[in-house]
Structures are given as structure tokens and as C-alpha cells.
Design a binder for this molecule. Structure first.
Ligand SMILES: Cc1ncc(COP(=O)(O)O)c(C=O)c1O
Length: 377
């Protein structure tokens, strides 16, 4: 294929694009939105209950609790695990800031652990090193759609009698040793932010768990601590999911398995086209893991130049995430310095997420890969 140049003015390729999805299923979405509006039951109604049941079933657990967004899911899950002011919660330093800010909201302290250089997920050995008597919970993030090393993390959590929480914002549908994310720990948090693999038409979130006790506490917490109508038993929030979002998510959940297959096929095509490109490495999927490619993330030792080369040719890319949390200005007070988390610091200089959404065409994938190959020559 002939290399593209800026002067040939090719059609831009966005890093993410929802327009194809809406063109395909817009009629189904409009139909359920009409249905909800006609009923005028708008918050925590039949659609939310049905989605809670369907999503719990999808994840392979007993309970689902709909909430306002993925950050609230984390906050409420932490509180359900009895995290209070002054407690410590272990999280990876390479994640979206929401994983940490959820801990801060409860006046608890996020304690960072390094990640594995290959999987980009929590390094269990570093988790062990950073546990203290104040540690109250561990959050494992399944970054970019690849499950974390859950056997090792479960072992640590069990030994130290700590609750283990999955931040499953990015990996709904992924499997680890035959089990779906959401069923791999004590409690799991899902985000329905529109860019997620299962995205709402706005904000939304859910907590899934096998524990009836967590389920009942979470239902209380998400509604001002009301254990029954107008009887509050503990401080809570308003973190309710609305019926329109739930109805839209139920439509999309039916399409999710096909979208997941499409993402995996796109990833396979990228990986085969980039296999012999010098200076670039493609995602590694450990044996027994299934990646759902919320992001398809390559590594390049000339990442910033490569990103600019692609941008000049109208190919969108993103870095998830450019600054590990321990180096964020927000956490300067924790006193971390460069080289404290060598793996995270190393990979944040290399990672680049390529265009990825289920409707991405073969022609566009080929153009992205050919442009990367052209850069490498
Ligand atoms: C890893 C991770 N955790 C938590 C969140 C927070 O979810 P939300 O934006 O729905 O609050 C997100 C997404 O934004 C995320 O990617």
C-alpha cells in the first residue's frame, strides 16, 4: 500500500468514534427512550432493575447495583468495604485518576503500587511491599481491557484479610481463566461513560458482587443511607441511575458480544500488520487471559515523534496515561519522586493507543499500520 502523506489529505481517522454505532442502532435506542418517556418512571425503576439483573448475569455474579457513574461505584464499594477517613487503599499508579480520587472522597489515602511492564496492570510483589497496618482494601484495575493478575492478588488479599475490589471500568466482557471480570474479586465497579465498551448516552455506573450483604448496603448507600423509605441508617449519597440510561444500556448490552469480537478482530489485524515493524511492540496477552481491547496500545521508544507523525497524517492516538498518579501535582503532598515506580515511569514514555472502535474499517486499520511502518523506516 502506498504511504500516505499530509498533502494527499486523507480522511481523518479518529482515535475513537461513536457515530457508526449510533447509525447502526439509533433506531433501537430511540424506541426504548420513547418507551421510558411514555411511562414517566424516570429514576431507579423497571429498566434499572432489569439492567442490574442482566449485567450481574453477564458478569457471572448474583447482584448488580446501578449508580450514577463509575467513580461513585468505586466510592460506594470502598465504603461498603468499611473504608473511612485515615485508612489506606492500595491502587496501581498507572490508572485514570478516578481510581484514586474515589479514595480521597472518603478522606482515605491512596497508596500507589507499581505495575508490570508487560501487562501494565498491578505488580503483586509491589502490592505486598506497600501493605501497612492501615491498609483497608486493594483495588485492581483491568487497564485497557486486560484483566489484572487476579490469582496472585486474591492470594495476597486472602492472606492479609483485605477486601479486593475490581475497577472494571475498562474491561467489561474480558475473561481471566474462564471467568468474566466483575466476578474475580469481592466487589467490582463498572463505568458506563460513553467511550467505554458498554457506554451510556451520558453518565452511569454499576457495582456487581456475589455478596448479598454488599448488595443491601450499597442499595442503602446510593440513596442517602435510607435502609427503608425515609429511614436513614448511615450517611449516604444520591447516586442513582436513571431509567433512560438503563434502557439504552440494555439495548447496547445485547450488542456487546459482537462489538467485543469486532474489537478483538481489529486488534489481531493491527498485531499482524505491525509484527515486523522495527521499534514497535504490540500488546501481549498472557495465557488464560482474554483482552477486550478497550484500548489497543503499542509501545514505541520514539513515542512522541510517532504520535506527531500520525497526527500530521490525520490519525488520532492517545496516551493512557501520560503521567502516573504518584507524579501528578494532585499527589505532590505524598512526597513521591521520579524513579519511585520505575515500571510505570518507563511505560508511560512508550505507550500509545491507536484508533479503536468496533466499526473501524479494514482500510483504516491498514492505513494506520502502514503509516507507523513508514515512520519506522
Ligand atoms: C479505570 C477507570 N476507573 C474509573 C473510571 C471512572 O468512571 P466514570 O467516568 O464513569 O466516573 C474510569 C473512567 O472514566 C476509568 O477508566
Amino acid at each position: 500500500m502506498a504511504p500516505t502523506t499530509p498533502s494527499s489529505a486523507p480522511e481523518p481517522i479518529n482515535q475513537f468514534d461513536l457515530s457508526g454505532q449510533y447509525a447502526a442502532i439509533g433506531h433501537e435506542i430511540r424506541e426504548v427512550v420513547e418507551r421510558v418517556l411514555a411511562l414517566q418512571q424516570l429514576v431507579l425503576g423497571k429498566e434499572v432493575s432489569a439492567l442490574e439483573k442482566e449485567l450481574a448475569e453477564f458478569c457471572g455474579v448474583a447482584h448488580g447495583v446501578g449508580v450514577a457513574n463509575g467513580t461513585d461505584a468505586l466510592i460506594l464499594a470502598l465504603r461498603a468495604c468499611n473504608v473511612y477517613a485515615g485508612d489506606e487503599v492500595l491502587i496501581p499508579t498507572l490508572t485514570f485518576v478516578a481510581t484514586a480520587s474515589a479514595v480521597n472522597v472518603l478522606n482515605a489515602k491512596p497508596v500507589f503500587a507499581d505495575v508490570d511492564r508487560v501487562t501494565l496492570n498491578l505488580d503483586p510483589d509491589d502490592v505486598c511491599r506497600r501493605i501497612t497496618p492501615k491498609t483497608k482494601a486493594i483495588i485492581a484495575v483491568h487497564l485497557h481491557g486486560l484483566p489484572a493478575d487476579m490469582d496472585a492478588l486474591r492470594e495476597i488479599a486472602k492472606e492479609r484479610k483485605l477486601p479486593l475490589i475490581e475497577d472494571n471500568a475498562q474491561a467489561i466482557g474480558a475473561t481471566y481463566k474462564g471467568h468474566r471480570t466483575g466476578s474475580l474479586a469481592d466487589i467490582a465497579c463498572i463505568s458506563f461513560y460513553p467511550t467505554k465498551n458498554l457506554g451510556a448516552a451520558g453518565d452511569g455506573g454499576m457495582i456487581v458482587t456475589n455478596s448479598a450483604e454488599f448488595d443491601s448496603r450499597l442499595r442503602t448507600l446510593r440513596n442517602h443511607g435510607q435502609a427503608s423509605r425515609y429511614v436513614s441508617t448511615e450517611p449516604g449519597w444520591n447516586s442513582r441511575l436513571d431509567e433512560i440510561q438503563a434502557a439504552i444500556l440494555r439495548v447496547k448490552l445485547r450488542h456487546l458480544p459482537n462489538w467485543q469480537k469486532a474489537r478483538q478482530a481489529i486488534a489481531a489485524k493491527y498485531s499482524s500488520l505491525l509484527a515486523n515493524v522495527k521499534g514497535v511492540s504490540t500488546p501481549v496477552i498472557p495465557e488464560g487471559y482474554e483482552h477486550v481491547f478497550h484500548q489497543y496500545t503499542i509501545r514505541s521508544d520514539r513515542r512522541d515523534d510517532l504520535q506527531k507523525f500520525l497526527a500530521d497524517r490525520k490519525i488520532g492516538t492517545q496516551i493512557y496515561y501520560p503521567i502516573p498518579l504518584h507524579l501528578q501535582p494532585l499527589y505532590a503532598g505524598l512526597g513521591h519522586k521520579a524513579a519511585d515506580f520505575p515500571n510505570a515511569e518507563h511505560v508511560t514514555g512508550e505507550i500509545l493507543s491507536l484508533p479503536m472502535y468496533p466499526e473501524l474499517t479494514a482500510e483504516k486499520i491498514e492505513r494506520v499500520a502502514a503509516t507507523i511502518a513508514e515512520f519506522s523506516r
